[in-house]
Design a protein around this ligand. Sequence first.
Ligand code: UDP
Length: 318
Amino acid sequence: MSETKKVLVTGGAGFIGSHLCERMLEEGHQVVCMDNLLTGDLRNVEHLFRHERFSFYHQDVTEFIHVPGRLDYILHFASPASPIDYLELPIQTLKVGALGTHKVLGLARAKNARFLLASTSEVYGDPLEHPQQESYWGNVNPVGPRGCYDEAKRFAEACTMAYYRHHGVETRIVRIFNTYGPRMRLNDGRVLPAFMSQALRGEDLTVFGDGSQTRSFCYVDDLVEGITRLLYSDEVEPTNIGNPAEMTIREFGEAILELTGSESKFVEKPLPTDDPKVRRPNIDKARRVLGGWEPKVALREGLERTMAYFKERIASDG
Ligand code: UDP
């Protein structure tokens, strides 16, 4: 717990943003949640509305943003964040990563606030270095379907460093690897919501390609702990936060089938263009600069908590 600050969370009604709003309230801070609700969902923060230190602004960060009074911290998490979203919302994805980041950095400068950028392992593209450490510059296809997200986030990192170097804004950059947990959108097309809802509904699990591609899944609470420590730290250069426990997508599907007790089978679908073949964070730096931070929630436990959420959501959505 640190002294009370006023924190703006852009994308605060999204999956990770809403968990951060909660965490910042727990830290004793005043929280301004901003979201245009394009991919965010008010249901993620509904329970916070009664909190006296919470307020919600329905605003698009690619337009002029105004927040009255002081601001101490800005957590910039506004962005579509799944491959299906990039396909459906390529222009908005580019705009929020580029124009939105520029606007929010301008706000940070005007308010003399510390700014933390949600960047992504996507900046490494289809990586030629494995596992990925922060010094790797990446292997990104700028003109492929994921280019709108990858390049916008790379621009966002460059813009953040320019505001740090040129304007002296206090900046932090987290590179987030695959994260899962309650409040993921059921239909966002990412592998966990897809497999979990398919397994719970008794449908076949759609494996893209032969399922031998790998990912490393981090439970949202571990990510939020890492981000909070990074915010309070003085580390300016990008820091990977994720869980290095790597597995194939087929193994991930098997873990979900076992947990749900589902009889569903795998059905292969075409591999999306530029789908990274491997992904695993090197978290040596995070361990070093974030006071020994490392992921604590085992896959089984994280999947159980996530399944409880999905069961509820499927029941209420019908
Ligand atoms: N994937 C899959 N079936 C699905 C959704 C995704 O096999 O229904 C695969 C996808 O091709 C990728 C991995 O799961 O290799 C993770 O995909 P996701 O969209 O969750 O995130 P990414 O890590 O690609 O950004």
